[in-house]
Design a protein around this ligand. Structure first.
Ligand code: MN
Length: 200
């Protein structure tokens, strides 16, 4: 499947004359794959967890956001692939459009595939098909291993997955970064700041 075909669903859902979101014709992949987590104050508030895989951003909506506590399992709903340039997007999607609400870049950075050695070795495309992803994040807010495990059948619409912090040196049951570190890593704005700017 070409990158363009992978983004058909993304484009179908949006009216780019009305939404400020990128159409997905920009930015090519660089050498290091990156992850991004966007806070999205849509009608139901969530965090979008995205991993650069094979030219697009594989995406999940995580209602409660990521936790640094390995005992917390967070529901992650697989959503449509997004274009790479979406990783820079912040702004206000109009209320009556798909995904209406404020978006900020809550965290981002390079990531590494941890499933590269031993019996379970798998590239990222294979990991997505398997329903089991293990990555090491090097973000500003989140670092260390995170696992994503599909709990529904493959191809369910939507697929249900769980996002869990792996138990490593970066695990911390006391941190609550989604509550205590609310500013964008790009602009220092919060989703509330963006909502306020829109109303002014
Ligand atoms: Mn979203």
């Amino acid at each position: 499947m070409s990158d363009q075909d992978k983004l058909a669903r993304y484009r179908e859902r949006r009216d780019f004359d009305r939404s400020p979101e990128p159409g997905g014709d920009g930015r090519a992949a660089d050498d290091d794959p990156h992850f991004v987590i966007q806070e999205h104050a849509a009608s139901s508030h969530h965090f979008d967890f995205r991993l650069e895989v094979a030219g697009v951003l594989a995406s999940w909506a995580v209602p409660k956001g990521p936790s640094t506590d390995p005992s917390e399992r967070r529901l992650a709903i697989r959503t449509e692939d997004h274009p790479l340039d979406y990783a820079d997007f912040e702004g206000a999607i109009p209320e009556d459009e798909y995904g209406g609400g404020a978006v900020i870049v809550w965290d981002r950075g390079p990531y590494r595939n941890l499933r590269t050695e031993g019996e379970e070795a798998c590239d990222m495309t294979g990991s997505l098909e398997d329903g089991f992803v293990k990555v090491f994040l090097e973000g500003e807010k989140l670092q260390g291993g995170f696992a994503l495990k599909r709990t529904s059948s493959a191809g369910d619409d939507p697929e249900r997955w769980l996002l869990v912090k792996m138990d490593d040196d970066h695990a911390d049951a006391r941190r609550r970064p989604v509550r205590t570190q609310r500013e964008s890593v790009l602009s220092d704005r919060t989703v509330d700041d963006i909502e306020t700017e829109r109303e002014e």
